[in-house]
Design a protein around this ligand. Structure first.
Ligand SMILES: Cc1cc2nc3c(=O)[nH]c(=O)nc-3n(C[C@H](O)[C@H](O)[C@H](O)COP(=O)(O)O)c2cc1C
Length: 300
């Protein structure tokens, strides 16, 4: 979904006047007329869902209590999901994890000075620094696979070590790596190129409501969740854990950024439809859950 469509729907279902919708969405009168005709089934559908959405938070918390949990798919003996999604493309190895050495800053300082940073220096990140950020957030230090279970262990905790998050990297300024959208392979510790189309980067900016840090950062990490990886074991309660897991990943990005003289800003304000489209995920079996912009600190 593009931002005009999103904006039209968003303002329409909130009851804005025709004129305000046109202005907010940047639509010409002709475009507006077309939208009015073409979008009316969608507007109707959103209105129908709105009454459900008004209670979904409370329902979610109440209905994912253990007391309601049926047997999980794992308990029922259903086939285990894979720990990693297979993706293919040109491979870019990252500097080896064993050689990373960014231990100069104390943990106390990293925690104490962490702030959300939205403006960055123009200097690029080095490949070592990118490697360190990914090691902190997503790297799998161990991988075990058999017929009954496939599991990774990482530098962040995860409920049942299910690690349902996948990591995409929107590279804008990293020495020796061409800008583009990549997938990070947590076992092979490498990047896999998805595409280097500048329009993808523009779509990511647009999908994040043009928040400035997306454009100025050296890299943006886009984390998706694959809910069945956790749901196989925990059923609907697993959805709670996706968001808890994402929080740990976000904090590790923040602290690792501090350790390399960089800063991060976590992003929860994005258009789900647009961001899922950019990555080519369906929004159900896999969806964007969290985004982090990272770049070097500007000179004081
Ligand atoms: C879940 C979450 C979502 C956030 N989304 C955004 C966002 O979309 N845009 C933004 O500028 N900051 C975002 N932030 C950053 C917060 O605004 C920031 O953490 C808060 O203002 C406190 O400032 P501090 O991080 O410097 O302590 C988000 C933070 C979290 C934890």
């Amino acid at each position: 979904m593009d931002s005009k469509t999103f904006s039209y729907l968003y303002h329409k279902v909130r009851g804005y006047s025709d004129e305000d919708i046109r202005r907010e969405s940047g639509l010409t009168e002709d475009e507006y007329e077309l939208f009015e005709q073409a979008m009316s089934p969608m507007v109707e559908e959103i209105h129908k869902q709105q009454s459900r959405s008004e209670h979904i938070g409370n329902d979610f918390v109440q209905l994912t209590r253990y007391i309601y949990a049926g047997k999980s798919d794992q308990e029922c003996g259903l086939t285990r999901p894979d720990a990693i999604k297979a993706r293919s493309g040109e491979i870019f190895p990252l500097p080896a994890v064993g050689k990373l050495d960014f231990g100069k800053m104390s943990l106390q300082s990293a925690i104490g000075q962490r702030r959300s940073l939205r403006k960055y220096a123009e200097v690029p990140l080095s490949q070592e620094e990118l490697s360190f950020l990914l090691w902190s957030a997503s790297w799998a230090r161990d991988f075990r696979s058999n017929e009954r279970m496939e599991i990774t262990f990482r530098n962040v905790p995860s409920a049942g070590s299910r690690h349902p998050l996948e990591t995409f990297v929107d590279i804008r300024r990293v020495s020796g790596i061409k800008p583009g959208l990549y997938y990070y392979h947590p076992i092979k510790h490498c990047l896999i190129l998805i595409n280097e189309d500048p329009q993808t980067q523009e779509a990511i900016l647009e999908g994040c409501f043009r928040q400035e840090m997306i454009q100025n950062s050296a890299v943006n990490f886009i984390f998706t969740a694959v809910p069945y990886r956790t749901g196989w074991r925990y059923g609907q309660r697993g959805y709670r854990y996706l968001y808890l897991d994402a929080g740990h990943v976000g904090q590790n990005v923040h602290l690792a950024a501090e350790a390399i003289g960089a800063g991060a800003c976590m992003i929860g304000a994005y258009m789900d439809e647009a961001m899922n489209d950019v990555l080519g995920v369906d929004g159900i079996e896999e969806f964007v859950i969290y985004i982090a912009a990272v770049g070097k600190k500007p000179e004081a």
